[in-house]
Write a protein that binds this ligand. Structure first.
Ligand code: CDP
Ligand code: CDP
Length: 226
């Protein structure tokens, strides 16, 4: 029987993690878990409920009261809070600009990590986020740290927004991405950081298929060694 690996893809905002993770998961018939969507879902709920985002206990209480579901579909991954489809709502700029505050809290992270590990229980998973290789799947056979310059990442998000018909300001996007990266990498609990055994891929001047090819080569190499 073929060995099912766990694949961890971490990196800063808009490096291309979810795009390549989805393609790699499809190629391998693995499940794809977007852990950022889980933090975004909690942030959305916290905003709707007017919670104080600095209050760890109210965030945890809210998290424990909701089921966050990630459902694959032809249109991409759908995100549900209980029975409510929040796929679009969690991408709003309000959520994007608050999510790094919500995800700083230790108890919130502990609960999220527990849920993420349960999703990945049987292997055959591609998971992307900030702390997957370092905390969520420390034994993953394939760990990638995906990077790109902040200018390139902001430009890609800007292009994506325009394609979707959303308003977009390149300079503002670059500032927001840099601010979020700073909070994510400087927080005390599970900061964004390359795992010692992760392979760094700088995708600043790589296309999506080129990044996918590099990851698939790693998967083949590691699959041969288990
Ligand atoms: O897609 P994008 O890079 O904009 O962000 P995301 O992957 O949706 O993650 C949103 C935010 O959730 C990040 O900026 C982190 O603050 C937080 N996050 C985290 O702390 N740990 C993870 N494993 C995933 C996301
Ligand atoms: O998940 P993460 O926030 O790391 O990034 P993403 O949402 O997958 O990608 C951000 C944007 O960059 C998307 O519009 C991709 O199509 C685009 N892109 C990429 O992901 N990788 C490249 N090598 C080139 C462009």
């Amino acid at each position: 029987m073929e060995t099912k690996l766990s694949i961890a893809i971490d990196g800063p905002a808009a490096a291309g993690k979810s795009t390549v993770a989805k393609i790699v998961a499809e190629k391998l018939s693995y499940i794809y878990i977007d852990t950022g969507a889980m933090y975004r879902a909690l942030t959305y709920k916290a905003i709707v409920n007017h919670l104080n985002l600095e209050s760890e206990s109210s965030l945890l209480e809210t998290l424990l009261s909701i089921d966050i579901k990630l459902i694959p579909s032809e249109k991409g991954q759908l995100v549900y809070i209980n029975q409510q489809d929040v796929t679009h709502e969690i991408r709003s700029s309000e959520v994007t600009n608050s999510v790094s505050i919500v995800s700083k809290h230790q108890k919130v992270r502990e609960e999220m990590v527990k849920r993420q590990q349960a999703f990945a229980d049987n292997g055959g998973v591609v998971m992307d986020g900030r702390d997957i290789g370092t905390h969520v799947l420390p034994d993953a056979k394939v760990k990638v740290f995906l990077l790109a310059s902040v200018e390139e990442r902001a430009f890609r998000r800007h292009t994506e927004n325009l394609q979707k018909g959303f308003p977009s300001n390149l300079e503002k996007l670059q500032e927001e991405i840099a601010r979020r990266d700073k909070i994510d990498s400087e927080r005390e609990i599970a900061p964004l950081k390359k795992a010692d055994d992760a392979v760094e891929i700088d995708a600043t001047s790589l296309t999506i298929p080129e990044v996918v090819e590099k990851i698939m080569a790693l998967v083949e190499e590691r699959a041969g060694s288990v």
